[in-house]
Design a binder for this molecule. Structure first.
Ligand code: SF4
Ligand code: SF4
Ligand code: SF4
Length: 441
């Protein structure tokens, strides 16, 4: 095992010149603005950059809002190995012609993604950033038409919302006119309660969904008139039996119907549980998701015709393929005040609205670069063990998307200190691990 991460994601600043309503930047709880001091960045670079293979420069803010962003790229190129790659995402507004010329002439970056959330938001309301939108377009076109353009892989990222789902075809058509290398569409991370209704995915797994659908609308009869609370209580008993690998599901309180028990046993054979509560709450949305599958396949055909890579998220997660993108890419994340975290999700304190409940997410610190070396942070025994555990998600972590307790006030899922198997931090309801939220690493 290497003494240093393979990938380092460094947040140059958490300041942004835009204020998009869907972005964590508009409502993270720490509420302090930082830009990583250049001397600290230089210290990180001298120690660790010669040992890593990819540097990712973005976090919660706009990287180019850092006053020394270009110097950061220069330092990176100086210390990284020859074949290492440098990548950043940007809203594009500050990446002007002068900066593009300098970056390209000095080969300071290998890949740039333009995040189009601000563009899209401004188009969908009347009080958007029209001047900024023009600047973004001008900068993007300048980059795409540059004589050295072939040195950089250029992508555009955007989010899928209930309110834009029928316009995705137009959106992809519009974005494909820019002749970028790829378009990456992700679902929306619901940081705020009002965004719950905009989400176009379910956390119920692909393995469990057909079993839930088999019972159609008859769930209330199948669970013999349980109230939601009683049902959740009963599930705790049944899940314990399943988790302890008992052969039969033993009923300790009221009996479930034979049909329901047979569905539970069917789910058990696929190694999943049945989240009846969430299915009941999301039935109507799930019907709409089949239409989204159809839209996705049309988008794929259009993108293929235009020779653009279209990166799409899953709509219904595949439980068997759960994977922590940060652990599998051996990544360390450093935020703009020098604190570190295992992933973007644990960078800053925020709320999350998934599975029909809210969760308060904290910052999970692995140590500060102001006090420790990267080597000390990366090789800490407990962090190493935690990373290794996350390389086998299904063996080591429960999955809340298929657990009826998740939308019934499970006290583990309301906070994020640990899950019901005792893992810290809480990774059991992570939309990155099931390819719903696309991770740009
Ligand atoms: S431009 Fe990007 S980082 Fe800035 S507020 Fe909008 S989505 Fe967030
Ligand atoms: S932590 Fe998740 S899987 Fe465990 S009981 Fe709570 S909701 Fe269910
Ligand atoms: S929350 Fe998700 S991305 Fe973060 S460490 Fe856990 S599994 Fe990985």
């Amino acid at each position: 095992m290497s003494e240093y991460p393979e990938t380092m994601q460094i947040e140059p600043t958490n300041v942004c010149n835009f204020s998009c309503s869907m972005c964590l930047n508009s409502g993270f709880k720490d509420n302090s603005k930082f830009s990583l001091p250049l001397e600290i960045y230089q210290k990180i670079a001298e120690e660790s950059f010669p040992s890593i293979s990819r540097l990712v420069l973005y976090g919660m803010g706009e990287p180019l809002s850092h006053p020394n962003f270009i110097e950061m790229l220069q330092i990176a190129r100086r210390y990284l190995p020859k074949n290492a790659t440098i990548f950043f995402t940007t809203n594009g507004s500050l990446l002007n012609a002068e900066k593009i010329d300098f970056i390209l002439k000095n080969r300071l970056v290998d890949e740039i993604t333009f995040s189009c959330d601000a563009l899209i938001e401004s188009e969908s309301n009347d009080h958007g950033h029209s001047r900024e939108v023009q600047e973004v377009e001008t900068n993007l076109l300048y980059l795409l038409n540059h004589e050295l353009r072939s040195l950089v892989k250029i992508g555009i990222s955007s989010v899928i919302l209930k309110s834009n789902v029928n316009n995705l075809g137009k959106l992809v058509k519009k974005l494909s006119k820019y002749k970028v290398d790829y378009i990456s569409l992700s679902h929306l991370f619901p940081y705020f309660e009002y965004l719950m209704d905009e989400v176009m995915f379910t956390m119920i797994s692909k393995e469990a969904l057909p079993i839930l659908e088999e019972a159609g609308d008859n769930w209330k009869e199948l669970v013999l008139g349980y109230t939601r609370e009683l049902f959740a209580e009963q599930m705790q008993v049944s899940y314990k039996e399943i988790y302890t690998k008992s052969e039969n599901i033993v009923q300790k309180q009221r009996p479930f119907s034979e049909k329901y028990k047979s569905l539970l046993n069917k789910a058990k054979k696929r190694d999943v549980l049945l989240n009846i509560s969430l299915y009941d709450l999301e039935k109507e949305k799930i019907k709409r998701l089949y239409n989204l599958e159809h839209i996705f396949s049309e988008l794929e055909t259009k993108a293929k015709e235009k020779g653009i890579d279209l990166l799409l998220p899953d709509i219904v997660p595949i439980y068997a393929e759960r994977e922590c993108p940060y652990s599998s890419k051996e990544t360390l994340v450093i935020r703009s005040d020098g604190e570190t975290a295992p992933c973007f999700n644990y960078l800053w304190r925020h709320d999350t609205y998934l599975n029909s409940h809210s969760r308060s997410s904290s910052h999970f610190s692995l140590g500060s670069v102001m006090e420790k070396t990267i080597k000390e942070i990366w090789n800490d025994d407990s962090h190493q063990k935690s990373r290794n555990k996350k390389k086998k998600m299904n063996e080591n972590f429960p999955y809340c998307g298929d657990c009826s307790l998740s939308s019934n006030n499970c006290f583990y899922a309301i906070e994020d200190t640990s899950d019901c198997w005792g893992n810290e931090p809480f990774c059991s309801e992570c939309p990155y691990s099931v390819n719903l939220i696309k991770c740009l690493l």
